[in-house]
Write a protein that binds this ligand. Structure first.
Ligand SMILES: Cc1cc2nc3c(=O)[nH]c(=O)nc-3n(C[C@H](O)[C@H](O)[C@H](O)COP(=O)(O)OP(=O)(O)OC[C@H]3O[C@@H](n4cnc5c(N)ncnc54)[C@H](O)[C@@H]3O)c2cc1C
Length: 334
């Protein structure tokens, strides 16, 4: 059988892409071995909750805000206009995959080894049976296949641990100049993690990678890269689930247009660049990569109400971060 689109990977990028393609009437297959645990703090951000419906099936806790610290300086931001959720990441992924299958996508539990573009179609080589499709969405996260397809190249290294301590309603971040550590409250426990730009931190736990910048090229003649495979994670605070879902949806719309002969795959880059402002977020991250600035940043959040509100707006993406917000931060911090 030949499919209109093969979606490779059933994380948020793949499942939401497959759901959209099937509901637009395209013959869609989603391929994932579905056998790996996802390493993730599981915070559905304010940006996500504002744009999309969140389901009780995977929510563990509604969050009131964030606590930030640098060494022994501590500050708290209680969200006034936004809400965030701490979720069970496995339940979230399996809920979204069920939705994709219910909307008509076929699920194949298999591992894709490579892709071959031959003129007007793609041969997708898997460990069992090859799949023929007109187009593909590479939504295989940080993986060998994504690298093979030109995906993200630079990563932050993370180690995460489950701790049986009493959770509360705030996400906590301890800032460091070349990474951060976090504590994400779940229903009955807490997930703690540490990230570093210089290799895996030497602490016990489960390892994961966060892409640091978008891939150089996110389209070919026959496939598009979405989510982590394309490097779509905020370089400021590591938010990836929203960008995975949204890029999967945009990729599905572009391919739907291509199937009807309306648009070229190259228009994908224009679309995501219009919506995702990773370069401004990267400038923010760069600004905070210095100990003195970090200390002032946390002190200002603690002591200056207007600054606290500005950081809340940036973190919750209440409004699009603008260069003038960064200028305000710079004036206050330096
Ligand atoms: C430690 C850590 C904590 C994080 N915490 C948060 C957070 O709190 N909030 C947030 O928004 N983001 C967080 N992120 C980022 C977030 O997890 C990712 O951005 C998000 O999962 C990306 O979704 P995706 O669909 O692109 O890829 P993934 O969720 O990684 O899904 C990729 C899928 O592809 C499949 N796959 C891989 N290779 C193949 C292959 N060859 N063939 C077939 N299938 C394949 C995998 O099995 C997997 O199911 C965190 C990341 C890490 C590492």
């Amino acid at each position: 059988m030949r499919y209109d689109v093969a979606v490779i990977g059933a994380g948020p990028a793949g499942s939401f892409a497959a759901e959209k393609l099937s509901s637009l009437g395209h013959k869609t297959i989603i391929i994932d071995p579905c056998d790996k645990k996802k390493i993730c703090a599981g915070i559905l951000t304010a940006q996500y909750a504002r744009e999309y419906k969140v389901d009780d099936a995977y929510v563990e806790r509604e969050l009131k805000g964030v606590r930030l610290s640098f060494r022994d300086v501590r500050a708290e931001i209680t969200y006034k206009n936004s809400v965030e959720y701490s979720i069970d990441r496995e339940a979230f992924d399996s809920f979204n995959l069920d939705e994709a299958v219910n909307s008509g996508a076929e699920l194949r539990k298999d591992m894709v080894m490579s892709l071959e573009e031959n003129g007007s179609s793609l041969t997708i080589r898997t460990t069992k049976e090859n799949v023929l499709a007109d187009y593909a969405i590479i939504a295989s996260g940080v993986s060998d296949l994504s690298s093979l397809c030109g995906g993200a190249k630079k990563y932050a290294y993370c180690v995460q641990q489950k701790k049986n301590v009493e959770p509360d309603d705030y996400f906590e971040m301890n800032l460091m100049h070349s990474g951060y550590s976090w504590s994400a409250p779940k229903k009955n426990h807490v997930l703690t993690g540490t990230s570093s730009l210089n290799g895996y931190p030497d602490i016990p736990g489960e390892k994961g990678l966060i892409p640091l910048e978008p891939a150089k090229k996110t389209f070919s003649d026959r496939f598009l890269l979405a989510g982590d495979a394309a490097g779509f994670v905020s370089p400021f605070e590591g938010e990836g689930i929203f960008y995975a879902r949204r890029s999967g949806e945009i990729a599905a719309e572009i391919l739907s247009g291509a199937i009807s002969g309306n648009n070229a795959l190259r228009s994908y880059e224009k679309r995501w660049k219009k919506e995702f402002d990773f370069s401004t977020l990267a400038r923010l991250a760069l600004l905070l990569s210095n100990d003195m600035v970090l200390e002032t940043f946390v002190c200002e959040i603690r002591d200056n109400g207007r600054f606290n509100k500005l950081v809340e707006a940036i973190l919750t993406k209440e409004k699009k971060v603008q260069i003038k917000d960064i200028s305000t931060l710079i004036k206050t911090l330096i």
